[in-house]
Design a protein around this ligand. Structure first.
Ligand SMILES: NC(=O)c1ccc[n+]([C@@H]2O[C@H](COP(=O)([O-])OP(=O)(O)OC[C@H]3O[C@@H](n4cnc5c(N)ncnc54)[C@H](O)[C@@H]3O)[C@@H](O)[C@H]2O)c1
Length: 438
């Protein structure tokens, strides 16, 4: 394939060398004449394992040439990758001026190009930028329509500096955000040979994916370092602790606890998190990330309450009260916090939870309900249908396999559902549906 690459920094220079090595004809474009001269002389503008040799080889083979002429590069190729920089502005936002400029330049070149051309963004960009900056720039400068007259996609790049050629060849997955099947097929021709899953998704998901991955990496490093500092402060080797943490691939290094849903709670997580951060205080170790986890959890509860408040309705039904399905334990349940806040604001609340009802009948949790949260106990009903019927707004905090169809069938037009757990939508008759994170 004939491919142009805009921006010959780490991402662009590695992509250029690897695509040419894979047999494509590549035209590299950059504003920096020094970089262009380096490449013309067979040298790479970046320092990375193997990149100097590979650049020399592909330049000598004639598979690579460079220019600063955007229009000529677009004319001579079928596919363009945008790899320009997106640095931080002083206020932390992203400086998208290079993306804006190159999109308009490519758009102007597309104006006079008859053949179908595909433009793919590889730089990391803030959610919404594909639409507001890239698509807008391309369309306004070309007078053409994306996904009709030219293809448009976003393919996040997952390579890391220091191991970029290896990462380029072994990505965790290839993800293409596009609404254009032709663009997805063009990219499958280029990247379909890689030994990883090829996933086509929406542009919004692809944009956020890259940020979510990098944020997760940063959170993992910070978590390990905070545990490391806490460990050291009590005379323990943090590496030994984290080695064992990593050995649990069932709950720790696994997809468990990584699905957006409702706040955490229960008798262990909040208690132990508080105790651990207190150990830090005792030993003069600051742990800003761990120390803010409870605050973030409270913000999540606030967000759910906000969804209820926005409805303007007063009659609320809640399905679920315990901190997770299959238990009657109400200690530090975030749903209890929701109920208490609603009661405090004078909402007309009814609650149904099958496990908690059962434990009241058996006496297991009876004491806790009657002594610690009697104000909530008196609002509990044993009749799920009656709670749903009462509700102008139904908060779904529990939707197991048996309960979900009952909830869906009993909802009615005009009702509002606030879903905290991912209730299957099939059959839900409520007019308004609000997922807590979706
Ligand atoms: N560096 C990495 O490891 C890495 C990994 C994955 C994703 N990314 C993302 O990829 C993007 C590029 O990162 P990088 O580290 O390669 O950037 P970089 O700063 O090393 O290179 C960007 C290049 O773009 C050129 N440029 C700017 N405007 C241009 C224009 N209008 N036309 C042509 N060239 C232009 C610059 O001269 C520069 O050579 C960023 O969004 C970054 O977040 C980087």
């Amino acid at each position: 394939m004939k491919i142009s690459i805009f921006g010959l920094g780490y991402v662009g220079a590695v992509s250029m060398a690897c695509l040419a090595r894979d047999g494509h004809d590549v035209v590299g474009v950059d504003l920096d004449p020094h970089k262009l001269d380096l490449i013309r002389s067979g040298r790479s503008p970046i320092v990375e394992e193997g990149i100097q040799e590979l650049t020399a080889q592909v330049v000598a083979s004639g598979k690579v040439r460079v220019t600063n002429d955007v229009a000529e590069a677009v004319r001579a190729t079928q596919l363009s990758f945008i790899c320009v920089g997106t640095p931080s502005s002083p206020n932390g936002s992203q400086d998208l001026s290079a993306v804006r400029r190159v999109s308009e330049q490519i758009g102007a070149a597309l104006k006079d190009k008859g053949d179908y051309h595909t433009v793919v963004m590889r730089s990391t960009i803030q959610p919404g930028s594909m639409d507001e900056v890239v698509r807008a720039g391309l369309e306004s400068a070309s007078g053409k329509k994306a996904n009709v007259d030219f293809g448009l996609g976003f393919q996040p790049e997952f390579l890391r500096e220091g191991s970029s050629i290896k990462d380029y060849d072994n990505p965790p997955f290839t993800v293409i955000g596009t609404e254009d099947e032709r663009a997805a097929n063009v990219l499958r021709e280029v990247f379909g040979h890689l030994q990883c899953e090829y996933i086509v998704t929406s542009i919004g998901v692809a944009e956020l994916l890259k940020y979510a991955c990098n944020a997760f990496h940063a959170v993992k490093i910070t978590f390990a370092n905070e545990i490391g500092r806490l460990s050291r402060s009590v005379g323990v080797d943090g590496r030994a602790v984290m080695d064992l943490v990593c050995k649990d691939t069932r709950l720790n290094i696994s997809p468990v606890y990584l699905k957006p849903g409702f706040a955490f709670g229960g008798s262990c997580l909040p208690k132990d998190l508080r105790a651990l951060t207190y150990v830090g205080k005792q030993n003069d170790v600051t742990t800003p990330m761990l120390g803010n986890v409870m605050g973030s959890n409270r913000a999540h509860i606030d967000h759910a309450l906000e969804l209820v408040a926005q409805s303007g309705k007063r009659k609320i039904g809640m399905v679920g009260l315990s901190f997770k399905p299959g238990t009657d334990d109400l200690r530090e349940s975030p749903l209890v916090a929701v109920a208490e806040r609603l009661i405090g604001k004078g909402y007309d609340l009814r609650i149904y939870d099958p496990e908690v009802n059962l434990s009241r009948l058996l006496g297991a949790n009876k004491r806790y309900i009657e002594h610690s949260i009697p104000h909530i106990g008196s609002l509990m009903s044993q009749d799920c249908a009656a709670v749903i019927d009462h509700a102008e707004v139904l908060i779904v905090g529990l939707a197991g396999r048996e309960l979900a169809p009952t909830i869906a069938e009993r909802t009615r037009p005009g009702q509002i559902v606030v879903d905290l757990v991912g209730l299957p939508r099939a059959g839900v008759k409520a007019t308004e549906y609000h997922g807590v994170c979706w």
